[in-house]
Design a protein around this ligand. Structure first.
Ligand code: ZN
Length: 296
């Protein structure tokens, strides 16, 4: 595996910028409907890269995708960020990762980023939007337009929807999205999705979150899809009926997962995931009524 593998989609390149790897969640935690009988027939491909055989934990990644078109430098989602206050969420609390150094190693300074496209506004997808300077959260990417669904903004900006200290998104909008909005650096995507720039289409894939979007990339007749949190682990490619514990609208989440799998299989398009291990990218293939996964 090469962490900075460069994928080509037509004239566009895509590279993973890693923030961290996780080996913490047993499948019974991540998937409330987990069926232990599903493990045995899949162990041969799940271990060792997708599952730690010793602990039984699922292995996951948190990262951003760096996309370079002939005209623009783009990030798809921005990980969890450094120094954020997440006292109820130890995985994300007071992080100190070399994410910006890794971005620099890929040849990109923060000022080079033209656009930040968000699949949704959860804790592990908006964190690097801001950094702490003199006690204030300020935009990390000073020249970037930040693009997200209006439905996500409306929901997370509202105290009623997320002002409980016990929920994972507590405080996230305030320190990682509100400063972007206040600086006039936000563009919104309508509920129905739609085209953005020359190379992108936002597709509504509501369910994991209220206005979740999967982002299609197209160039010279080739297509790829940034799925967002429609799936958290390749186990869900073979069990699309399993929602994660973090999915909020359960019926919609299943429909959206099925849509992403159908899109990927029918278009033979690269799927760039936010949380799969290894390269985090690959292909979905139809197997009768089911699907299989292979990393690329
Ligand atoms: Zn996520």
């Amino acid at each position: 595996m090469h962490p900075n593998k460069i994928y080509r989609v037509g004239e566009v390149t895509v590279t993973k910028i890693e923030e961290m790897r996780l080996n913490v969640a047993p499948p019974s935690f991540l998937y409330p409907n987990y069926d232990p009988a599903a493990l045995e027939p899949n162990l041969h491909w799940l271990t060792p890269s997708n599952m730690d055989a010793a602990t039984g934990h699922l292995i996951q990644s948190i990262h951003a995708w760096l996309v370079r078109t002939p005209d623009h430098v783009i990030l798809i989602d921005t990980g969890s960020g450094n120094g954020k206050e997440r006292p109820r969420n130890p995985i994300f609390h007071h992080l100190d990762t070399p994410f910006l150094e890794r971005l620099a190693a890929a040849g990109i300074r923060p000022a080079d980023v033209d656009y930040v496209l968000h699949t949704h506004l959860h804790v592990d997808h908006v964190g690097w939007n801001t950094i702490l300077v003199d006690g204030e959260w300020v935009p990390t990417f000073p020249n970037a337009r930040h693009v997200f669904a209006r439905a996500e903004e409306n929901y997370y900006a509202s105290p009623e929807s997320h002002n409980d200290v016990n929920i994972p998104s507590f405080g996230v909008y305030e320190d990682s999205v509100a400063p972007i909005v206040a600086a006039g650096m936000a563009d919104r995507i309508a509920n129905g999705g739609g085209a953005y720039l020359d190379n992108f289409i936002f597709h509504p894939t509501r369910g994991h979150s209220i206005g979740h979007m999967s982002i299609e990339l197209h160039s010279r007749g080739e297509r790829a899809l940034f799925s967002g949190d429609v799936m958290h682990h390749p186990f869900q490619v073979i069990r699309p009926d399993w929602n994660s514990v973090f999915c909020e609208w359960l019926d919609d989440a299943k429909i959206s997962r099925r849509w992403v799998l159908d899109f990927s299989a029918e278009n033979d398009s690269l799927l760039f995931t936010p949380h799969f291990a290894e390269t985090s990218a690959g292909y979905v293939t139809r197997q009768g009524d089911n699907f299989s996964w292979r990393y690329e």
